[in-house]
Ligand binder design. Structure first.
Ligand SMILES: [Zn+2]
Length: 115
């Protein structure tokens, strides 16, 4: 995944990568490479033992939770400092055009092994 988090797409250093089980082990997911992706610490922590769809649903609810719980958020909305798109979250590993996130420098290094 070009050293990017499979979920948010942020570039992550090797030492900061977490292995996430796409289908959680607690839900019968297997400890095999076809069920594993690299994720950043934040996404790994938030996804925890959720399925991909549960994780997406939780993220989609973020603005609703912020609106309910944060006076600052409601005020920032009132002053148009927040732009809620409510678009469906598409994870990095789901994007067909994820190659466009590859920088020029990464493109140069592409033919070299990572390790
Ligand atoms: Zn991430």
């Amino acid at each position: 995944m070009n050293r990017r988090c499979a979920y948010c797409g942020e570039r992550i250093e090797l030492e900061d990568m977490c292995i996430d089980h796409v289908r959680p082990l607690a839900m019968g997911g297997r400890d095999t490479t076809d069920n594993m992706v690299c994720a950043c610490w934040h996404c790994n922590q938030h996804k925890a033992n959720k399925t991909v769809e549960e994780f997406r649903s939780e993220l989609q609810q973020g603005p609703v939770m912020l609106f309910r719980e944060s006076c600052t958020y409601r005020t920032m909305l009132r002053y148009n400092q927040v732009n809620e798109t409510r678009r469906r979250i598409v994870f990095y590993f789901e994007k067909k055009d994820r190659e466009r996130h590859v920088t020029k420098q990464q493109r140069k290094r592409r033919h070299r092994p990572y390790f």
